[in-house]
Ligand binder design. Sequence first.
Ligand code: SF4
Ligand code: SF4
Length: 396
Amino acid sequence: MSENLMDRRGFMKSSVAGVGSFFYLASNDRGQEEKKLGNRKVVYRALGKTGIKLPVVSWGTAYIGSTGMIRAGLDAGIVHLDTAQNYQRGRSEEIIGEAIKGRPRDSYFIATRIFTPKERISFLPTPQATEDAFLRSLDVSLKRLGLEHVDILYQGEIARREGALHEPILKAMEKAKKEGKTRFLGISTHKNEPEVIQASIDSHLYEVVLTSYNFRQKHYLEVREAIAKAAQAGLGVVAMKVMGGLTVDPLDFNSPAALKWVLQDPNVTTAVLGFCTFEEMETDLSVMGDLALKDSEKQWLHKQVFSSGFYCQQCGKCLHQCLKKIAIPDLMRAYMYAYAYRQPVLAKNLIASMALPQQICEDCSSCPVQCANRWRVSEKIRDIARLRDVPLDFLV
Ligand code: SF4
Ligand code: SF4
């Protein structure tokens, strides 16, 4: 992230006029289609050059409780389910597989993500990131989903250009498409998004990018610009982390405002949202009734510019300051899962996937880390690391 953009953010904070001019997009021309499903208006946008149109509200299934809920979502107008091989240790894919049984194949659109092994600090692929390993993982996902093919196969969690263009994985993805195991190829990123998006354009292979995008990102102008370039190049753009880590007080969170802020960008095809309850699903689906931000929603968004909430910027500024080279951004993501999303299992699974020292943030005489969010990261780390000792069965 450039200092220049950080400065612009600083300027915005000091001026409501500045917020107005940078924060919102003026155009409402999205070239979108609208249809009625019962009483509900469903808004569709094109997924790049794929020839597919998707509702602008989709479901990110990091944590789902039941097949019934998935079926209810599909009946309510959701088409696109976004999952990943590691969500709920594979259970998310299994639940989706059970829920879609017997439904026409063209009535739903499934994306899954395969994570390639990478270094926690440099984010570069490790020697274990091979063509064979990737293809074997894809077969496991297809089996869990009970599908011959997925609609989008993503290479997951990419933070560097080198990762996006890693030859063995590009070969694996090309092969998967050739063999009919996926219709489209994609890449997902929630760190260094502009660099990864540019690499995905340059690859001439990826057809969809799945990226973090929200009102709380300090570098959202850079992300917005990268998204515009991707759309211009014919890639579909799917937004995630749209809620920006929620707020300390969940009752004070305005999810329609956060969602509309992302969907005001005509280059975003759809946003994946992690509904945990029917009520949350209904609230977010109803946003399609009117995508324009109300004055009260704009006011709420303006207020949020002054707070970081639970959202780690994933800027990596802390990585080289930590005396023990701990992957702090991943731990802060786990912290957000536990406290903002109230998904301790998701948090524990993420922590378990990290090679952490037994003693963590306990034996440094002082902590030199200066976080971009001004968080005392060592306190948050000590807090979230306690999850390691809680048996999985005790977590809901
Ligand atoms: S206290 Fe924790 S975050 Fe700070 S330098 Fe030590 S290990 Fe790193
Ligand atoms: S913990 Fe702070 S410095 Fe580190 S990635 Fe997150 S926001 Fe940036």
